[in-house]
Design a protein around this ligand. Sequence first.
Ligand SMILES: [Ca+2]
Length: 301
Amino acid sequence: MKKGFTHTPQRAQRHPIKGRRLGEASARLVWGFTVIELLVVIAVIGLLSSIVLVSLDLPGKRRQATLAKTLEFSQSIQSAIGDELVGSWTFENVAGGKAPDMSGYNNVGTIYGATQVDGLKLASGAGTGQALSFDGNDYLEIPYSASLGLPANNETVLFWVKHNGSSNMFFESSGWSRRLFGTVWVFTDAGNTYYQLGADGSNDGNWHLVGYTITGRTIKSYVDGKQISEVTTSADVCCTASTWWVGRVCSGSTCDLYYTGLIDEVRIYTKALTAGEIQKQYAEGAGRHQELAAANNVNEK
Ligand SMILES: [Ca+2]
């Protein structure tokens, strides 16, 4: 694979915000709790109250609203207690062409043409939840920020895809260091060597959780919580001081290759999740990513 133009990789700066919130949060309050401890208690109370509400068998719409609010709340708490999650785009709250970042780092994505589709089914059968639909000339752009300047040796990217043999899902645009084409991940190290890892089985028209972790010079790819490939690089994987694209990639000197299908819950961590943590992500998200309503089914296109 050749690249049509050169780039000058620059080592990403250790992001200055990392640690800031924990530093603030670890300040002891006068009665001995940390802010994080209080947030956890609040989260537990919120979840317990939602369980009580659900157990009361509320009418459908109110029950769905309660579940959605609980999900949103737990995501906000997740960002408060885990600052390794530096980007989280759930596409539940798209507005004005922007996809908010639920991580707390405010890495807001800009949507070019992709549309929000409704009808994601919860495991309970309730129709709630949205994803982004790409029809072949759309993309999501996530601008560079210090929080997304990943360390070259400790990170995770995960997202859900639903497509029939499409390609061009994910692209780090200046260093070309991390890309997903169909069922093949491509990584570039600081010595400009390429490595390919599989995303096997993620192209059958059903929802799949795809992603990778990097620990030191070891890259592992995952599909649906199962490890697919592993490779050791001869140099650190290159820098990420650049824009990320979802649904668009470059080839040669042009950037006009696009994805057709659905994407949901894109997450970037400055930590290599363990296999168990990725399995947990899959287990939690699988319930939200069953078949879409027929009108939004990518198979119908
Ligand atoms: Ca979603």
